[in-house]
Design a protein around this ligand. Sequence first.
Ligand SMILES: [Zn+2]
Length: 356
Amino acid sequence: MTLAIGVDVGGTKVAAGVVDEDGQIIAKLKRSTPAASPPRTEQAIADAVTELLTRHQVAAIGLGAAGFVDCDRARLLFAPNLAWRDEPLKQRVEERLGREVVVENDANASAWAEARFGAARGYRDVILVALGTGIGAAILIDGQLYRGRWGMAGEPGHVRVVPDGRLCGCGNRGCWEQYCSGNALVAEAREFARRTPEGAIRLLQLGGGVPEGISGPVITQAASEGDPAALRCFQTVGGWLGQGLADLAAVLDPACFVIGGGVSEAGDLLLGPARAAFERALAGRGYRPLAEIKVAELGEDAGIVGAADLARQASQATARPAPPDLRQAAARPAPPDLRQAAARPAPPDLRQAAAP
Ligand SMILES: [Zn+2]
C-alpha cells in the first residue's frame, strides 16, 4: 500500500494527513497558520510534514493551498486570506523538506478527492462549489481537473449576477459569492433580525440575543426546527445557488455538482431550494437530463485526501510510462450518468428535430 501525505493550507490552519490508496486518512495533525508571514507559514507546513515523516514512509507529498496556483503548479500568485503574493511555494517548501512536493489549489484538491472517493465517485464531469467565506470551486472535465491556461479557471464566485450589486472583495460589484456563500447566509439572517426582531425570535435566542451572535450553525439549527425566518434565509441563498448552477450547466453541462463548505452541512435545507431553482432556471429544462446536485461527503478532510492522491498520481506518472488517468479510465466501468443517458430513449421532440 503506497502512502502519501496531503496538506491543506488554509487561512487559519495547516492540516496534514497520511493517506492510503483508498483515500483513508491513517494519521492527521493540525497547526495554526501564521497567515501574515509566508516564511512562517511555509515552516509550519514543513514542520507538520516532518512530524508525519518520522512515523510514516510515504511516496509523495501534496499541498492544497487556498489561493491562485499558477499553471506550472509551483507558485501561489495570490491568496485572498494569506499573505502570499507571487510566492514560489513549491520551491520554498521543497528547500525546507529536501523532497519534492506537488502544489494544487485547495478547491481542486477537494474536487479530486470527491470524484475519486466521495460524492462524485463514478462521474467524470463534475463541478465542485464550496460555500464558505466566499465560493471555492473546481471543474473536472472527462475525469481531469480543468485549470485553464494560467491556472485561474474555476472561480465562478466572481461571475457578476447582479449589475451594480453588493461590493465584493475582488473589487467588482454583484459577484455570485456576495449572494451565495456562508457569509451571505449569515448576513441575510442578521439583516432580517435587525429589521424584524419579532420575526426572528428563535434566531436571536440561539444567537445570544443579538443579531451579531447569529452564525451559520445557529441558522441551520433554527431551520431544522422549522423556524420560518431561518428557512427563508436558506430559500434565498439556495435560490441563488440553484440559479448559479444552472448558469454553470449552460457553459459546462456537468453530470454532477458537489456542494461543499460549512453551509452544505445543512443538507436538504439548502439543496432543496437549490434544486428547485436549478430546475426553474435551466436552459432547455424538461428536455435534458438533470445534473445531480449532491452534498460533499469528505468534509474538511477533502483537501488533505485530494492533495495526497494528486501527489501520488504525479509520482507514479514520472515513475511509469502509462499515464495514470488513462489506466484508470480503462479499468473503471462507465459512469452511472452516461449509462442512464444511454438507457433513456431520446425525447420525442429531439427525434423530430433530427428528422429531415
Ligand atoms: Zn468578486
